[in-house]
Design a protein around this ligand. Sequence first.
Ligand code: GLC
Length: 487
Amino acid sequence: MDLVEWWRTAVIYQIYPRSFADSDGDGVGDLPGITARLPHLADLGVDAVWLSPFYRSPMVDGGYDVADYRDVDPVFGTLADFDALLAEAHRLRLRVIVDIVPNHTSSSHPWFVSGLRDRYVFAPGRGDAPPNDWQSLFGGPAWTRMPDQSWYLHLFDPGQPDLNWDNPDVRDEFEDILRFWLDRGVDGFRVDVAHGLVKPDFSEISVFDQDGVHEIYRGWRKILDSYPGQRMAVAEVFDTEPARVARYVAADELHQAFNFDFLEAPWEPETLRRIIDASIAAAAQVGAPPTWVLSNHDRRRHVTRFGGGPAGQRRARAAALLMLGLPGSAYLYQGEELGLPEVLDLPAAARTDPQWLRSGGAELGRDGCRVPLPWEGDAPPFGFGPGGRSWLPMPPDWAGRTAAAQRADPDSMLNLYRAALRQRRPAAALTWLAAPDGVLRFETDGGLLVTANLGDSPHPLPARPLLASSPVDATLPPDTTVWLRAG
Ligand code: GLC
């Protein structure tokens, strides 16, 4: 397998711009804030960053409701700030991929505002009922009625009308948007809701993953390939089985897809092994690299999923070494290198996520994984910005979790990630080795031997590891992963 293309083995760090670093003191992260903190990422040792949307937006869904795909929202800065970020990232040898949101625009997008209805999905209702029973992923019907009684489709918030990809104007527009950012020098794209663009007949129950989407990505691949360097795209395709996800990463389509099965897996050896095998097999069928991810801006942070507290931290450390030892490419979500937990006790008044708002508070939503990052100091906002504010309140007890505090502590989560990224061996394949119950043990063609103890009892450890997620002696304790040189 050709390991030369950077994205085949890259570790890509997701930045959620609102919550990474604030340069101007308004309590919201911004592009100059990111640029100033890029040395943290270079020092961490990642290969690339993925920026969640920073485009002009009313921020109904944190920027995933785009009003202008070719401009930076003033809260995040300017296009010049973007160019400066990109130049500084490239100087630090970090690639940059940006988010593209093609399934829907904002309802403030000029197309929707000026009533270009053939570019959206409008339909007549059934009497007073919506055209069909499709539900919004944020809760409630996926249709909203206009004053003239017609209905428009929104698989997400009413502020995010779905585009009509049968309309060639929509296709042309997005190809042009890709070129706009490629011309500026981006290294690739993260494609939001990549399996949603083409809609089935309204009588169908299942909306996503229609065959027609693939023609769109074949067109996009030609554009990516027409640029110098190795430009790539990663697809967000959720709730879809691995064999279907693999179709998005066929050789003439996109390059990677997120591995939500891995993210959703419990800390349980048989399930993890089954998912690892299925992921590698599905990707291999089309010559794509497998990918791995533990957290992102939509999901409960894994420290908390794995039990929270010291046990959650310990498992998160073991999971990090397991993931970073696997062949292929991995995605990190900002703050996981600091071991941040989900913030579960945000005050209701502070919450902004449409998932929370539309469910009337029945679902906590995603604000708890979007709390701004703690950089330094003893009290909120922990160096997030100069204004003493942050758009979501930060837990007062995060002083020990700041990047500065962790840099000084050899046993911190941050230093575990730094060591892992320094010692990681790019790889394309793995071989499972015999192991006791509860233990996963494999070696990669990159020359790494990974042993993860997910069981309840310690097991003998034959040699001194290169790296261990928790202290080891002659045995490998529960909830611990070690790396050794293979062979
Ligand atoms: C994707 C994004 C999520 C957003 C949704 C609608 O799933 O990751 O944050 O709410 O798309 O754009």
